[in-house]
Design a binder for this molecule. Structure first.
Ligand code: DC
Length: 224
């Protein structure tokens, strides 16, 4: 395992399918860091809204979020909502469809961001999502912005879904990714964008290992 400075914060942003979750998880393993999947938290809140049949009443959802417990176990591999393991449920098509609309509510973001910052205070961490480099950890020691073409990202997502025997087409996956990109980048609060001081990594045509090695090398170089 590579030794790095006593306490580090690594923030990583990028659009759906850019590979950031897989990459961040592997970098966490290599460097012995906490792994924070911030999208999973917005997904858990979306599930909370579905479970409680929250429709238009946003204030009801905000109260539910304030009162709920969201924690990670197995170094970010499993997520619990009020003691229930919801790691699988948060990836359902129903959550996929609704999550971008829930994630754009500023009061919800406020609660979730505070929770993420508290997790960040507990030790060295790599956190990934859409606003980690800009809003959650603006003073992170390292910032990365991962991207890839829409076609490549759709190809990856399609392969994942096929492996899970989900019946879909590459065109449908590309349309879903484009729609999510549009919502994530155009929303009023904390839209997805690359921080000015983030290192941009285009993962198109690169393997996961190549991207992980590049990132680990950047961290080692800066730590010399
Ligand atoms: O990374 P993901 O696909 O699991 O994210 C699910 C949704 O949550 C995505 O549409 C955008 C939103 N999200 C966000 O708004 N801010 C984050 N830091 C992470 C995710």
């Amino acid at each position: 395992m590579t030794k790095i400075a006593p306490r580090v914060t690594i923030a990583m942003d990028g659009p759906a399918g850019s590979g950031k979750s897989t990459v961040a998880r592997l970098v966490a393993e290599k460097l012995g860091l906490l792994y924070l999947d911030s999208g999973a938290m917005y997904r858990a809140v979306t599930l909370l809204a579905i479970q409680n049949s929250v429709k238009e009443d946003i204030s009801e959802l905000i109260e539910l979020v304030k009162a709920c417990n969201i924690d990670f176990r197995d170094n970010g591999q499993r997520i619990f909502l009020n003691t229930e393991d919801v790691s699988v449920q948060i990836r359902s098509p129903e959550v996929n469809k609704l999550v971008a609309d829930i994630a754009k509510i500023p009061e919800i973001r406020h609660e979730i961001v505070r929770h993420q910052q508290r997790i960040g205070e507990s030790g060295s961490i790599i956190a990934e999502g859409r606003d980690l480099t800009t809003i959650v950890f603006p003073n992170a020691d390292y910032k990365f912005y991962l991207d890839a073409s829409v076609k490549e990202r759709a190809k990856r997502r399609f392969a994942d879904l096929q492996a899970q025997n989900v019946a879909t087409t590459i065109d449908a996956v590309e349309a879903e990714i484009s729609a999510r990109d549009e919502k994530d980048t155009s929303r009023e609060h904390s839209p997805l964008r690359a921080a000015e001081d983030a290192i941009r990594v285009d993962t198109t045509g690169k393997t996961i290992d190549e991207v992980v090695d590049f990132i680990v090398k950047q961290i080692k170089t800066k730590n010399k």
